[in-house]
Design a protein around this ligand. Structure first.
Ligand SMILES: *[C@@H]1O[C@H](CO)[C@@H](O)[C@H](O)[C@H]1NC(C)=O
Ligand SMILES: *[C@@H]1O[C@H](CO)[C@@H](O)[C@H](O)[C@H]1NC(C)=O
Ligand SMILES: *[C@@H]1O[C@H](CO)[C@@H](O)[C@H](O)[C@H]1NC(C)=O
Ligand SMILES: *[C@@H]1O[C@H](CO)[C@@H](O)[C@H](O)[C@H]1NC(C)=O
Ligand SMILES: *[C@@H]1O[C@H](CO)[C@@H](O)[C@H](O)[C@H]1NC(C)=O
Ligand SMILES: *[C@@H]1O[C@H](CO)[C@@H](O)[C@H](O)[C@H]1NC(C)=O
Ligand SMILES: *[C@@H]1O[C@H](CO)[C@@H](O)[C@H](O)[C@H]1NC(C)=O
Ligand SMILES: *[C@@H]1O[C@H](CO)[C@@H](O)[C@H](O)[C@H]1NC(C)=O
Ligand SMILES: *[C@@H]1O[C@H](CO)[C@@H](O)[C@H](O)[C@H]1NC(C)=O
Length: 294
């Protein structure tokens, strides 16, 4: 670093005003070869680090990153740089620029310009940033049409919010290719007028003529909960079950009551029979006595 300071001071008088350079250099002098490293990906709210392909950072005179005509951040060997984007930091090695808290408008084409001490040539590299916003877990809802407590058909809606770029909603059901499934209608709206994020939704119709169906949907690799549509009407089923249960219980109770009554009657009959036997015995005894008496 000491050597570069010394080199820097040596070249200081020749240094141009950085801002002037930013405005002048619209046609790059030397264009470094484009490579996969020049493509960057970030997510909304995340961070990204741009790397300028500087071969010899020790001999760097100046380096700056711009987007279109907008200065982002940079390094100058003999001046402190001002006017940098608040969400950026120049790395200590002067070749990497960290950007924090990305939003969708940060996406696009950037250029890194740099020059070595003692050189008049500026090398320019295009850096491309893509910013995406992951869609949230899709929600799935149903609205069913009843006809005398029997479900005729259901609209199922799958929705996911605040994503970018747009994605297709895919449906998962055993009925996707059957005539009971009407091809869904898809919609896509800006989640708010001030950003590029999207709310997506898809609405399909299921004819309930073939019974209960399980349905779910996916956005990318995120899948919704599974819901059941065209259920057999629950209220009626319950009522029938309750009525059947009540009838059975009543029947059993009545049966038991009847049995008890019959048993009681039989017991009473048996009891009176023994009394009669005793009586006849008494009579028989008396008879004997009577016979004896005379
Ligand atoms: C972005 O950088 C900040 C500051 O260094 C850090 O706190 C945060 O966790 C980073 N976020 C992600 C998604 O890496
Ligand atoms: C740059 O800033 C540092 C401290 O932030 C200061 O010490 C130094 O003198 C400044 N250099 C120039 C050339 O303004
Ligand atoms: C500069 O710093 C970044 C991050 O700290 C590192 O990945 C990169 O390799 C460094 N570049 C050089 C030329 O040292
Ligand atoms: C996106 O972030 C930049 C700074 O990185 C800021 O100037 C701009 O206002 C932000 N845009 C939105 C739509 O939030
Ligand atoms: C998009 O979805 C978000 C989150 O549910 C909601 O706040 C916003 O109002 C929706 N935007 C539109 C245009 O429907
Ligand atoms: C889709 O929209 C068309 C025209 O508005 C309509 O006829 C059709 O029933 C809709 N389909 C579904 C599944 O909502
Ligand atoms: C549902 O499908 C059956 C035959 O599968 C048809 O008779 C009936 O009209 C359909 N109902 C609706 C509401 O489309
Ligand atoms: C729907 O899913 C539930 C729970 O996984 C399962 O018990 C039921 O048999 C499924 N119904 C149909 C029609 O596939
Ligand atoms: C979905 O895919 C992305 C990238 O393909 C991956 O990073 C993420 O972990 C996956 N999520 C799930 C829930 O599998």
């Amino acid at each position: 670093m000491k050597a570069s300071r010394w080199l820097c001071s040596l070249w200081e008088p020749r240094v141009f005003n950085l801002l002037v350079l930013v405005l002048i250099v619209t046609k790059p002098v030397n264009v470094a070869e484009s490579s996969p490293r020049n493509y960057y990906e970030g997510v909304v709210g995340g961070n990204v680090t741009f790397y300028c392909p500087v071969g010899n950072p020790e001999k760097l005179d100046l380096l700056y990153l711009q987007k279109g005509q907008t200065f982002i951040n940079g390094y100058h060997c003999s001046n402190n740089i001002t006017g940098t984007w608040p969400n950026t930091i120049m790395d200590l090695n002067h070749t990497a620029i960290h950007m924090f808290g990305l939003n969708l408008s940060n996406a696009g084409e950037y250029e890194c310009h740099f020059r070595y001490l003692g050189s008049k040539d500026i090398t320019s590299v295009k850096l491309h940033l893509m910013v995406t916003a992951p869609f949230g877990k899709p929600s799935i809802t149903k609205t069913c049409k009843d006809n005398h407590n029997v479900q005729e058909g259901c609209y199922v809606t799958c929705a996911s919010h605040n994503g970018y770029p747009s994605q297709k909603i895919t449906w998962k059901t055993a009925h996707v290719n059957s005539p009971t499934w009407k091809q869904p209608n898809n919609s896509e709206v800006l989640s708010s007028p001030t950003n590029k994020m999207l709310n997506i939704s898809s609405t399909a119709y299921i004819n309930c003529s073939s019974g209960e169906v399980n349905v779910s949907c996916s956005v990318g690799n995120i899948t919704s909960d599974v819901i059941s549509v065209c259920d057999p009407p629950p209220r009626t089923t319950n009522n029938v079950l309750v009525i059947v249960a009540v009838v059975i219980i009543l029947g059993i109770s009545v049966g038991i009551a009847l049995l008890c009554l019959i048993m009681k009657k039989r017991k009473r009959g048996a009891a009176s029979a023994t009394v009669n036997d005793n009586l006849s015995e008494v009579v028989a005894l008396n008879g004997e006595g009577m016979e004896e008496a005379p």
